[in-house]
Write a protein that binds this ligand. Structure first.
Ligand code: UTP
Length: 415
């Protein structure tokens, strides 16, 4: 009973009266489950994050400069060969691992199920996003006579379905001894008044806490320790939703090695000043990505003497790290950003509400916020038509339709 009262007190303190009402209605088992869940939620942190949703992010105090990059297209033949050889050697020697971030909710796409289980309608038969990535890895394995260890990050929400799906498809022929699936951490969702959302199971609705959670989850799950045991020195972290993602780009890897950096990243030029991608810059002397929603309009449109966008290097979630970098970042807390998303919930009468419009805040840390822990980053500018076919929206830009076109055009060019 004390526990119940303690929980009520803390919920009251943080204005979560609707949860108190729910607690009182539940049977004993469900009530205990909910109390246990609330004990593990930092309501003070949630209240702070809610307050932050009302503040605008300002960069006034910061010195922002464009960032240097190397364009893959303009590398000399000698340079390219040198990088490729260096990169290839690392992979052949079994020192390279790949992480796929598959813990997102994919709310914009609206596919029921984990995004990796979405079938992209390519070449008639279609291919699942997981299948596309696995094909890419298998191609690298064959070329470099190795098997690259592959780590897949899921969320608590989609882990079971992801595991089931991959098992059902026999890992699309990938050696399962080289696949590790690990789960990321979560944070509660809140509505526009800071109230916790309740899910169908009469628990507080939580969701994965952003792709920045990859680092700490690699450590907490034991995946990082596993990498070290396998002798991995370089780790590539990429997204699930880019149909043209190169899982093993030897040029990027060789460039990072040659430049002796801890982090390297592949970029593409922004399609237009207002494209919804984060862009690289240097902030107070450190590498940084500014998200599209946080980039002031004037900066987004600024051009240099040649008429090129000053902040035009898009972050496409193709990031490479030394194992030491992952070791370091995985122990540092990252800031949380706020995303406004559609999430269903149970109202006070126990009815499920499925919103048509975004209704709730999700707090996410971003993978790129770790870049500023380092003095430098090596950026390799790739080509949109070779490297970037994102699947974000149901229709229009960055949709299955645009990704299908890019994917088929790319593979037709390879024939
Ligand atoms: P996005 O930020 O585009 O989010 O993810 P999303 O969940 O796929 O889609 P929306 O915004 O809900 O429509 C970019 C990459 O980061 C992963 C995603 O799975 C995708 O590979 N991600 C995102 C995570 O792994 N965990 C998260 O908490 C968020």
């Amino acid at each position: 009973m004390d526990k119940m009262q303690d929980t009520i007190d803390i919920l009251k303190q943080y204005n979560q009266d609707h949860v108190i009402k729910l607690l009182k209605k539940l049977d004993e088992n469900k009530r205990e489950e909910l109390i246990k869940q609330i004990e593990n939620i930092d309501l003070h942190q949630i209240a702070e994050l809610y307050e932050n949703t009302k503040k605008e992010i300002e960069f006034k105090e910061s010195k922002i400069e464009p960032i240097k990059y190397l364009d893959k297209e303009t590398l000399t033949e000698k340079q390219r060969k040198r990088y490729d050889e260096l990169g290839e050697k690392i992979i052949r020697n079994g020192k390279y691992a790949v992480v796929t971030m598959a813990g997102g909710q994919g709310t914009r796409l609206g596919h029921t199920g984990p995004k990796g289980t979405f079938k992209l309608d390519v070449y008639g038969k279609g291919k699942y996003l997981f299948e596309i990535l696995i094909e890419n890895l298998k191609e690298a394995n064959q070329k470099y006579e190795t098997t690259i260890p592959w780590y897949i990050m899921t969320s608590k929400e989609n882990n079971e379905e992801t595991v089931k799906f991959l098992k059902k498809h026999k890992y699309f022929g990938y050696d399962k001894n080289y696949i590790t699936i690990f789960t990321q951490s979560e944070l509660p969702l809140i509505d526009i008044n800071g109230k916790l959302l309740i899910g169908k199971n009469f628990k507080i609705k939580e969701a994965s806490d952003g792709n920045g959670g990859t680092y700490s989850s690699l450590r907490a799950s034991g995946a990082l320790a596993d990498m070290k045991e396998r002798g991995i020195q370089w780790v590539f972290i990429g997204a699930i939703d880019n149909a043209l993602l190169k899982m093993a780009d030897v040029t990027l890897l060789g460039m990072a090695k040659e430049k002796k950096v801890q982090i390297a990243s592949k970029s593409v030029v922004k399609a237009n000043p207002h494209e919804k991608v984060g862009v690289f810059c240097k902030m107070n002397g450190h590498p940084k990505v500014i998200e599209y929603a946080e980039l002031p309009e004037k900066m987004a449109e600024e051009v240099d003497k040649k008429g090129q966008l000053k902040y035009g290097e898009s972050h496409i979630m193709c990031n490479l790290y030394t194992i030491e970098a992952i070791e370091k970042i995985s122990q540092e807390p990252l800031m949380y950003h706020c995303a406004f998303k559609k999430n269903s919930y149970i109202d006070e009468d126990g009815k499920e509400i499925i919103p048509e419009e975004p209704n709730s805040y999700k707090f996410e840390s971003f993978i790129f916020d770790a870049f500023e822990f380092f003095d430098d980053i090596a950026i390799l500018r790739g080509k949109r038509e070779d490297d970037f076919a994102p699947i974000k929206n149901k229709e229009g830009v960055d949709s299955p339709k645009t990704a299908k076109e890019l994917y088929e055009k790319f593979w037709n060019r390879q024939k």
